[in-house]
Ligand binder design. Structure first.
Ligand SMILES: [Zn+2]
Length: 282
């Protein structure tokens, strides 16, 4: 091979190498153009999901106040009763201070470790189904867009409150839950009688309101081990008492504490009961 031939061969090899280099460079560029995110996709494992939960700072309350109202009327000597004026002031206080009434299902989820809660949650409950629950409390709750819970003895539907009124309040966000069938102290009844009180109340509420009743309130806060067994057997999720305090994770779901509401709970005491778990008992 002459020197000239060697030079030509070297030149040719260089041209071929350069061509190959250029070709692969071009292919790479085209590949990037077709899939701009290609590089990052190939570096991310398919099972790498965005982090959630523990890394997110969610301020959960230590407990949730469950307010217990009975009649809203003017009866100064009965501390289970609260005047319409004070009741309205208390609801206005909740609204102005940005409390959010939640449902018993939301409370149940929180007690089970759920984290999906609005700021400053509170539960508003009414016992017994007084006429004034419909005539006084309901319009005020509607005004503020508050949801609530009414515990009613099922045999009394049609007396102070009609089924149509209950359905109307339910449609506006008031849960209608069981307060037994005839409002007797369950701890004084036999197991069979207790079973009838609980089952009949659920059947009546389920039928009249097309629902699956899962929450209960003990009349006179009376219960015994049989009551708790029956409620569990029948699929009840939460039952409320009159024991004072907040509802906390770790509590027995069938022994939920509630905060007494009456005329003695003026606005400063109301605020204390919402903000201090060891509030003063009068
Ligand atoms: Zn009652």
């Amino acid at each position: 091979m002459t020197k000239m031939h060697k030079k030509l061969l070297c030149g040719l090899l260089l041209v071929i190498a350069g061509g190959i280099w250029y070709y692969f460079g071009l292919v790479q560029e085209m590949a990037k153009g077709q899939n701009p995110a290609g590089a990052s996709v190939s570096q991310t494992p398919a099972n790498a999901l965005p982090k959630a939960g523990p890394d997110k700072a969610v301020a959960l309350p230590a407990g949730i106040p469950v307010l217990m109202y009975h009649s809203i009327s003017n009866e100064p000597d009965n501390d289970a009763v609260i005047s319409p004026k004070l009741f309205k002031e208390q609801m206005q206080f909740l609204y102005k201070n940005q409390y959010t009434p939640i449902s018993l299902d939301q409370l149940y989820s929180y007690l089970n470790g759920g984290r999906d809660l609005p700021a400053k949650p509170v539960v508003i409950t009414f016992d017994d189904g007084y006429r004034d629950t419909y005539e006084i409390a309901y319009p005020v709750l509607k005004q503020y867009g508050f949801i609530s819970v009414l515990f009613i003895p099922a045999s009394e539907i049609g007396q102070r409150l009609s089924a149509a009124e209950l359905a109307e309040m339910k449609a506006a966000g008031m849960e209608i839950a069981s307060h037994s069938y005839t409002h007797r102290d369950l701890s004084t009844l036999s197991r069979q009688e207790q079973l009838a009180e609980i089952v009949k109340s659920k059947e009546v509420l389920d039928r009249l309101l097309s629902q699956d009743t899962r929450h209960f309130c003990y009349p006179y806060s009376g219960y015994d081990p049989a009551t708790l067994e029956i409620l569990k057997e029948k699929g009840f999720k939460l039952a409320v008492t009159t024991t004072p305090g907040w509802a906390r994770p770790g509590d027995d779901f069938l022994l939920i504490k509630r905060i007494w509401m009456g005329n003695s709970v003026d606005l400063s005491r109301f605020e204390e009961r919402l903000t201090r778990e060891n509030y003063s008992i009068l």
